[in-house]
Design a protein around this ligand. Structure first.
Ligand code: HEM
Length: 334
């Protein structure tokens, strides 16, 4: 999940003792409305006025994408026809405050708008963790509401957090992954996962489930504990601007296909590393905005389908995304 770190750290800590405390509230299964989802973000962060409630901090960039022949074989979408597709990019930090620090153990993000010569648009938002923090939209809402600050203390109510975590153990998996993984040293040196599964319709007419990851051509490089203490608040944007004056920043888009028993509807569980993979394209980042704002700001990177080339899977968290992003966009641009 992509929210302020402290409530998650609290949730993780409380979750470890949840069994001992023993309050279990059964998870609800209905899907909340897009408005209810965005209301839950607002309950934690306050009214959305100017910035995204998730990955609030970000820097705009631009570049292009070109599919490999394998990409053209695996998707009939024009995005994968092998031509150069211009992109608007946003690199983000998974914090609720647009001035939050770059050095925390939060996810970073790579959001992309592809726009073909023929005017077709495809948006996606990817994170630097292989899993999401909620198995369902309802769990996302319940988790946010459980972490609403108590007006008396300004902090989440620990009992509400304990009850939530006890009822939703899957909601701690991403926080555990983040706690065990140092944050990347650069926006250019981390993989970014799409997390949800999609259905790729190939040139042979076959539909294949797949998840994708953008793998950095520069390799994966993480901060040291000391750098986490000493680097400036905004080091990621400065580092990327410096880096791009020397050479473009590149990522390979890689699909991973599920094996027997792999769940295509639960984004809190990664598929094993030995599953078959295919390199379907390369993203080349050529420009970074000199300062705050830019072409990516008014975009909500709604993960829509590129029917018939890349269709949505039945993962409920994927199905819930676009409408909630649209509500959030309308509130932050009103
Ligand atoms: C129940 C599922 C989800 C809901 C309800 C949800 C909700 C939201 C909302 C409301 C925003 C702000 C949109 C805006 O104002 O433009 C957002 C942004 C974002 N979400 Fe999600 N999200 C979900 C799942 C995911 C997943 C699975 C990922 C992981 C890939 C993800 C990654 C992101 C990123 C990276 C952003 C920032 C995009 C940007 O750069 O503008 N979200 N999400």
């Amino acid at each position: 999940m992509h929210m302020p770190t402290r409530p998650f750290a609290t949730a993780l800590a409380v979750g470890m003792f949840a069994g001992l405390l023993g309050t279990v509230t059964p998870a609800r299964t209905e899907t909340p409305s897009p408005e209810a989802i965005v209301d839950a973000f607002e309950a934690v962060l306050g009214p959305i006025r100017t910035h995204r409630p998730s990955h609030a901090k970000g820097t705009c960039a631009a570049g292009y994408f070109a599919a490999t022949p394998e990409g053209a074989r695996l998707s009939v979408s024009p995005i994968f026809n092998g031509q150069r597709v211009p992109t608007i990019i946003r690199f983000g930090v998974g914090v609720g405050n647009p001035r939050g620090p770059d050095t925390g153990r939060t996810t970073r993000s790579l959001s992309i708008r592809f726009e073909t010569q023929g005017g077709e648009i495809w948006d996606m938002a990817n994170i630097s963790a292989p899993i999401f923090g909620s198995p369902t939209p309802q769990a996302l809402v319940d988790g946010l509401l459980a972490r609403r600050p108590d007006p008396a203390t300004g902090q989440p109510n620990p009992q509400a957090v304990t009850a939530f975590v006890a009822a939703n153990p899957a909601a701690t998996l991403q926080a555990r992954w983040l706690a065990a993984t140092l944050p990347s040293a650069s926006w250019a040196t981390t993989p970014y996962w799409g997390v949800n599964a999609f259905r790729f319709r190939g040139a042979d007419g076959e539909v294949r489930h797949a998840r994708w990851v953008f793998e950095p051509r520069a390799g994966t490089l993480r901060l040291t504990e000391e750098q986490m203490r000493t680097l400036p608040n905004d080091f990621l944007a400065e580092e990327l601007r410096r880096r791009i004056t020397e050479a473009p920043v590149e990522f390979d888009m890689v699909l991973q296909f599920p094996g027997t028993g792999d769940d295509v509807t639960n984004p809190t569980v990664a598929w094993p590393d030995d599953r078959p993979r295919a390199v379907v394209g390369r993203l080349t980042v050529t420009d970074v905005a000199p300062g705050p704002g830019g072409a990516c700001d008014p975009i909500s990177f709604m993960t829509l389908e590129q029917a018939p080339g890349v269709e949505l899977s039945y993962d409920p968290t994927l199905q819930a995304r676009a409408a909630a992003y649209a509500v959030s966009l309308s509130r932050r641009l009103q």
